[in-house]
Ligand binder design. Structure first.
Ligand SMILES: [Zn+2]
Length: 479
């Protein structure tokens, strides 16, 4: 039986204005959705309904889209990753990826914790690009999120071997088996009875995948209309090794392999041939390559800003015509805080308040993400769109006083303001509480998994260090 929900006389709503191609505020409007679809937005509603929500204290906006996350790994690195840096490799990533391992239960606990953080911050669609684990599809389906299962596969893994030396551990079949397994998982997700799950093709990193694996996986993504994503231009060491090996920048290398196109999402395209940390490369063509191909960039500012790194500059990328979406590459998976970070980091890197504002960042986190995923049914509140809706509580203290609710939400309240979330017309967050996942249970399982993971670091680390030696505590510990 169909269910019709009428959100009545809403104080503030963010509607999509087709004529001017932008989000706009509306006062005292009514939003009605039936099952998974929005059927009415306007000043007066006189049709049928099965339930009414009073909108007098609400700010209603479209569900947010997170186009880049590693939900099953990142929460396990909480309290470890934030300040970890290895001067030998100009990043802590290589050492951690080589020595941090969990059992399937750990990955599933981490994924559930991430899904809770996402829902609490108003995310309704997420790309989860993780190393596959048993129970992944079921965990995502249970969360109620609209999800893109994106199993990571590679030809080789990073292998730090000594004084700043980075080697690669190659797979015998070049990653073919893992790619085939990824495809099977993607198909199973797409066939899931919820109808909310999709798949994307995600070779891990431009420098860990062979030309053959990159070309083959891109061809499959193209022929099956699935988004294609790869980590690229995300580390200085990667940039220099690509130049050394191929005589071109990572972006130019991807272009030479034919990997750039309208269904390609680049994470994170920071170290391009005009980034200030690469003074010797001044060809300044990378941005044009990205723009002309129609590829999107997944912008995840928080993790990079923690390492003193910024995309330079977000306004320049936008001016060049590049579509940008937002993601949470690291924990927390709080997309509203990520939007705030995008504004602040963008203004610092661009040296101007005019660099980026709330309207542009909302666009990135909604229609920008939808466009990256080639979707026209999400990211906007308009009749006929999916009922992916966020209700913000205007009476919450961090939302008061209310003059411009979007500014309050991004700069002040973030997840504290998010009251209810609907995905596909189903309520998945109520009064700030996740209704689909036992958050406390997931946290307990994650705590256990993190203890095990960190306890084993010494076995895998190339220098045989304990976790305390590899990543010291932020303060000295008195025993
Ligand atoms: Zn990433």
């Amino acid at each position: 039986m169909s269910k019709t929900t009428w959100i009545k006389d809403i104080a503030w709503t963010i509607l999509w204005d087709e004529d001017t191609d932008q989000h706009v505020y509306a006062r005292h409007s009514n939003l009605v959705f039936r099952d998974d679809q929005i059927i009415y937005i306007g000043p007066n509603y006189s049709g049928e309904f099965s339930q009414v929500i009073e909108g007098g204290n609400l700010f209603v906006m479209p569900g947010l889209i997170n186009i880049h996350s590693h939900a099953a790994h990142e929460p396990a690195e909480k309290g470890v990753r934030e300040e970890h840096y290895s001067p030998k490799f100009f990043s802590g990533l290589y050492e951690r990826m080589a020595s941090f391992w969990m059992e399937a239960e750990g990955y599933s606990a981490a994924a559930e914790v991430s899904y809770c953080e996402l829902l609490k911050s108003g995310v309704t669609t997420v790309v989860d690009w993780s190393v596959p684990f048993d129970g992944w599809i079921e965990a995502m389906a249970k969360s109620g999120l609209r999800g893109y299962i994106t199993p990571e596969f590679v030809s080789s893994t990073w292998k730090p071997v000594g004084d700043g030396e980075l080697d690669y551990a190659y797979k015998e079949d070049g990653g073919k088996g893992d790619f085939e397994a990824a495809l099977r998982i993607v198909k199973a997700a797409e066939n899931h009875e919820s109808g909310r799950l999709s798949g994307a093709i995600g070779p891990g990193q431009i420098d860990t995948c062979s030309k053959e694996l990159l070309r083959n996986s891109y061809a499959i993504a193209q022929s099956t209309d699935r988004p294609f994503m790869v980590h690229i231009a995300q580390l200085t060491l990667e940039f220099h090794s690509m130049v050394e090996q191929h005589g071109m920048t990572p972006i130019q290398y991807a272009d030479s392999l034919g990997l750039l196109g309208p269904t390609t999402v680049l994470g994170h395209a920071i170290f391009i041939d005009e980034h200030s940390s690469i003074p010797e490369r001044e060809t300044k063509v990378d941005l044009d390559f990205i723009a002309q191909s129609g590829s999107s960039v997944a912008h995840c500012p928080t993790g990079f800003a923690r390492g003193g790194i910024a995309l330079e500059s977000i306004a320049r990328y936008r001016r060049t015509g590049i579509n940008l979406g937002i993601g949470t590459d690291q924990s927390p998976h709080n997309l509203i805080e990520e939007m705030r970070a995008a504004i602040i980091a963008g203004r610092m890197a661009g040296d101007s308040i005019r660099e980026l504002g709330a309207a542009e960042v909302l666009r990135m986190a909604t229609v920008g993400g939808a466009s990256a995923l080639n979707r026209s049914d999400i990211g906007k509140l308009a009749e006929g769109m999916k009922a992916d809706i966020v209700l913000v509580d205007l009476s919450e203290s961090s939302m008061r006083p209310v003059r411009d609710p979007l500014l309050n939400l991004i700069y002040h309240a973030a997840d504290r303001g998010v009251k209810d979330v609907y995905v596909d017309g189903e309520k998945v967050l109520g009064d700030g509480v996740v209704l689909t996942i036992d958050y406390e249970d997931a946290l307990r399982r994650l705590e256990q998994a993190q203890r095990m993971m960190l306890g084993q670091v010494q076995d895998y680390d190339y220098a045989k260090r304990t976790i305390e030696e590899m990543v010291p505590f932020s303060l000295p510990v008195r025993r």
